[in-house]
Design a protein. Sequence first.
Length: 279
Amino acid sequence: MTNTTNTTVELDELLASARELSLAGRWERALRLLDATTCDTAGDRARLALAAAEVAQQSDWFGGTDLTAGRVEQAEKESSGADWELAFVRLRHTYFRLLRSEGTFRPGPEGKDPEALAGLRRDAHDLREKAPDEVRRGWASMYLGLIADNLFAERTAAPAHYEAALGAGESGGDDLLVREALRHLGDHDHDAGDHEGALDRWRRAAALGARAGMVPGVLSQQLLLAVLARDTGDEAGATALAGEIARWAGAIGADPVHAQAAGFLAGADPTAPPRESGS
């Protein structure tokens, strides 16, 4: 026998709960919550579908699933027209597909369609210009930096975008945007040999991720702290930390993070930059 109970919940609260579940790595639970929700208005159904696409994106990135395309398609059906947030989800999904191929992290432009890369960059510029507030402008700037860094291998062009994102996140109170900017600015500090600067940024990024409840993101950030430990001669500390990261990531199903930690334990450097264009 199946008992059915209808409960009325404020949509804002429900979406916030699903988002927090997603940040914690509970992607299946978040999607079940959203899929079990019915809304009376077209606008609310669009918000629900967008939230599901965002959860799917977190699941794909940290959990190694392949859910975003279908969820984006559903969100597009529910959308009433131009929607900045939905366009941003599409941008992130395209970035993800160009960065990873068959589950393998493949930075740089080699072997990729130049028109697809150029189109993605144009879309990011367009989102930055059309952003309805400073925080969303900052997120578009963040992705302009990531696109330059990881798809075009233009290392010198990326930090200015990250600095713009950092300023927007700090002024707008968006911990996740600040975390993302610090994470990648720290990567540039690290490549320049500024271990102290990288340590400061990466520690702050880990703390902000923890404050936001971003469990797999904190694990991936701690792996960068393990990199610094190895770089500064503390191989025992680096190995111990990476071993725990691998254990925890495996326990929550964060398979890409687990694979990175396992690679690090085998001697790989997860911070190795892509080759410069033309090199």
